[in-house]
Design a binder for this molecule. Structure first.
Ligand code: GDP
Ligand code: MG
Length: 718
């Protein structure tokens, strides 16, 4: 392949709901781009993009796949992505390195929740969106409804560039109001005839054309002037204007397609090449220091890795964008994130598993390399002497959580290695061994996401895993003031043990002043604060420890031992063994024995005094609360709300956005197990949600009773 200049490269990602036709469109683009001479189909399991075994098994995309087409003296880099929420990783990482999004809309369904979610990601990444209405040949295609839904979602900024004469089974062409031509297709392989617009369509076509011209003129004063003067713009001027509007996300042009029949593909590709931004005119790569690095061929070379994957027979492949400069095969670079020296001994252009070696690659281009030592997704490689480190891709919070273990106990270590690798390939898979819960917790974007991982572990690594309900990281705290005296004494043979401590405990509220006087059961306890220690607990919250010993009733050297004893119980709360938090403890009196007192005695005395006081202090179990946002079509609103209420959700707000409802609630984590699966079955897969940790909150008393009983039963078992 020849070397393409920055001015000959366009980078696009194909976005769209599952089943809208992205993979089929990618196949058609590669066919028109002469990368393949026969088109495969998703149903025949022979597309270039869905080439992995698991994708063919499920007949859908699971990973993002970098592809390309050579067309009209340009290299069009295309990243095909999965539509399902579960695999959003591939979408978000691709979005970082492309300059334009092609949003594929299924003409049977119009805008779907998935379309909206993806457009939000595009907006967050400031990426232009071209709207490609696909499946116009399908008997259920509905052009009018689709356009209506586009207008609802994308507002007045939707601009029709093409419209079909007959959507549905007879679909064989469209009127293009930029070219002002009527294109018809004579076969299913893109053979096209350019016709004049039929007389009876002239009026409608002109109307759309005028709207297009106005939209183009809107973004530039000079164009505006020309438009006012002549009432018209040339094709070239229209392109210039649209180009500006698209870049600002102020214009969303609409195209007509049947990816399956290769109708409209060439015009879409022409438009991308003529109007979508070049790599140096859109995507700005920011470094962690806040600098921006321009996309320039003659600058020092620097690449950003957006995808790392394990490929059969090859091993690890790193996919990157050349952010600046020119890389030649054999180039030595340094990983800015970990300092590793890396040599890119070969550089490839890839279309699925098909790879072609190239000798060099210029700023703005997308490629891949193999055999790097220690480089992964989200890392930067620079030529020596440059230390740009690009802002990493921010992945969404997990929303599915499960406990995992190897079926065979001997595999534990191997499993943990494999899960670490899985995380490096897909950062939205998060694995963590929780000391607290004594479980390995695996989190991801949905049940399907985790099941695909399970499939891969079993089929590629012979690792059989078991998934089960994860424990909830409860916390314990107190709600009242309480006191306890505890004497630890042991005098059976040998050296004795003796330690006695008197303590008061109270809830810790950040910012409230230290207490110096307590009244407990009519008894006054006055404190003179001699020392104060603030322990920031690893699991959140605080323990405040006061030394109020007067008259030397306990030696200062025993104070740390008492704190240790208290921490023993903070780590294994007196109620259910969960971590305790937000408590103040004052040791104000006690006793020593001249011979038998030692650290162990005071540690045990501290532990037991704390445990006793804790139980008298209105102890409460706290649970993690998440903020959950559910995006749902209006028709399912009632069902979804009812289900949320059963999950102890507290409604925080509701709003409508372009025909969809957004429900914002606070929900205990304990009620969210497999929520993605329930929501999907409640709404036939048309809803989505996000969740993020908010805070801890006391559980209602009936829930507390249940948890205490469960803990008791568990203790008995052990
Ligand atoms: N009738 C029709 N079917 C299509 C078209 N494009 C894709 N399909 C079918 O829709 C299904 C999903 O297509 P696919 O490309 O996998 O969608 P993706 O999930 O967006 O990648 C497959 O059965 C395709 O054959 C089209 O233009 N017309
Ligand atoms: Mg696909």
């Amino acid at each position: 392949m020849k070397t393409y200049l920055t001015s000959q490269i366009k980078n696009v990602v194909l976005l769209g709901s599952a089943g809208s036709g992205k993979t089929t469109l990618a196949e058609a683009m590669m066919f028109e781009g002469k990368v393949i001479d026969r088109r495969g189909s998703v149903d025949a399991k022979n597309t270039i993009s869905d080439y992995t075994e698991v994708e063919q098994l499920y007949k859908r995309s699971i990973y993002s796949t970098p592809l390309y087409a050579e067309y009209s003296n340009h290299k069009l880099n295309i990243i095909d992505t999965p539509g399902a929420d579960d695999f959003v990783n591939g979408v978000i990482s691709a979005m970082k390195v492309v300059d334009t999004c092609v949003m594929v809309i299924n003409a049977q369904a119009g805008v779907e929740i998935g379309t909206q979610t993806l457009n939000r990601w595009a907006a967050r990444n400031k990426k232009p969106v071209i709207l490609a209405v696909n499946q116009l040949d399908h008997e259920k295609a509905n052009w009018e409804n689709t356009v209506e839904s586009l207008k609802q979602s994308f507002g007045n900024h939707v601009v029709i560039v093409q419209y079909p004469l007959t959507a549905g089974e007879g679909f064989n062409g469209f009127i293009d109001v930029l070219k002002m031509k009527y294109y018809t297709f004579t076969d299913d392989n893109g053979t096209r005839v350019e016709n004049e617009i039929p007389d009876d369509e002239a009026e409608r076509a002109t109307e759309y054309h005028n709207a297009l011209v106005e939209a183009a003129a809107e973004h530039d004063e000079q164009l505006m002037e020309i438009f006012f003067e002549k009432g018209e713009l040339t094709e070239e001027e229209i392109r210039t204007g649209l180009s500006l509007g698209i870049k600002e996300r102020n214009t969303f042009p609409v195209f007509c397609l049947s990816a399956k029949k290769d109708i409209g593909i060439k015009r879409l590709m022409d438009f991308i090449i003529n109007v979508a931004p070049y790599p140096d005119n859109g995507n700005v790569f920011e470094t962690e220091d806040g600098a921006t690095v321009p996309c320039k061929a003659d600058a020092p070379a620097s690449v950003f890795v957006y995808k790392t994957s394990m490929e059969q027979h090859i091993g690890e492949v790193n996919y990157f964008r050349v952010v600046s400069g020119t890389i030649k095969e054999g180039i030595d670079m340094v990983n800015a994130n970990n300092g590793t020296k890396e040599r890119l001994s070969s550089i490839f252009v890839s279309a699925g598993k098909k790879r072609e070696k190239v000798t060099e690659m210029i700023a703005g281009d997308l490629g891949c390399t193999v055999k790097l030592k220690n480089t992964k997704t989200n890392q930067t490689l620079n030529v020596p002497g440059v230390d740009s480190k690009y802002v990493p891709i921010i992945f969404p919070e997990p929303k599915f959580r499960t406990a995992v273990k190897a079926k065979n106990e001997n595999d534990d270590e191997k499993l943990s290695e494999l899960l670490q690798k899985a995380h490096q390939e897909d950062p939205t898979l998060i694995v963590e061994y929780s000391k607290e819960l004594k479980q390995t917790i695996l989190s991801g974007q949905g049940e399907h996401h985790i099941n695909i991982l399970k499939w891969g572990l079993f089929n590629n690594n012979k690792m059989d895993i078991e998934l089960f309900a994860p424990k909830i990281p409860y916390r314990e705290t107190i709600t009242k003031i309480a006191a306890a005296d505890y004497r630890h004494k042991k005098q059976s043979g040998g050296a004795g043990q003796f330690g006695e401590v008197h303590i008061v405990i109270e809830p810790h509220i950040e910012g409230s002043p230290d207490t110096t006087m307590y009244k407990i059961d009519g008894k006054e306890i006055k404190l003179s604060l001699r020392g104060k220690e603030e322990v920031n607990l690893d699991w959140g919250g605080k323990l405040i420890y006061y030394n109020s010993i007067v008259g030397g009733s306990i030696d200062a050297r025993f104070m740390p031992a008492i704190l240790k004893g208290i921490m023993d119980k903070m780590e294994e709360g007196p109620l259910t063994g969960s971590y305790a938090r937000d408590i103040r403890v004052a040791v104000y009196d006690g006793k020593m024995h001249p011979v038998d007192s030692n650290e162990l005695s005071f540690r045990l005395a501290g532990r037991n005094a704390f445990k006793e006081a804790f139980k008298k202090a209105g102890p409460k179990i706290m649970e993690p609360i998440y903020e959950v946002k559910v995006y749902v079509p209006a028709e399912y609103m009632g069902d979804v709300m009812g289900d949320l209420q059963n999950r102890r959700a507290i409604i925080e707000g509701m709003e409508s956005e372009s025909g969809f409802e957004i429900i914002k609630v606070r929900v205990p984590l304990a009620e969210m197990y497999k929520y993605s699966t329930s929501l999907s079955s409640l709404t036939s897969g048309s809803a989505t949600f996000s969740m993020k940790f908010l805070d801890y909150q006391q559980v209602p008393s009936d829930v507390q009773d249940k948890l205490l009983k469960a803990y008791e039963a568990e203790e008995k078992d052990e």
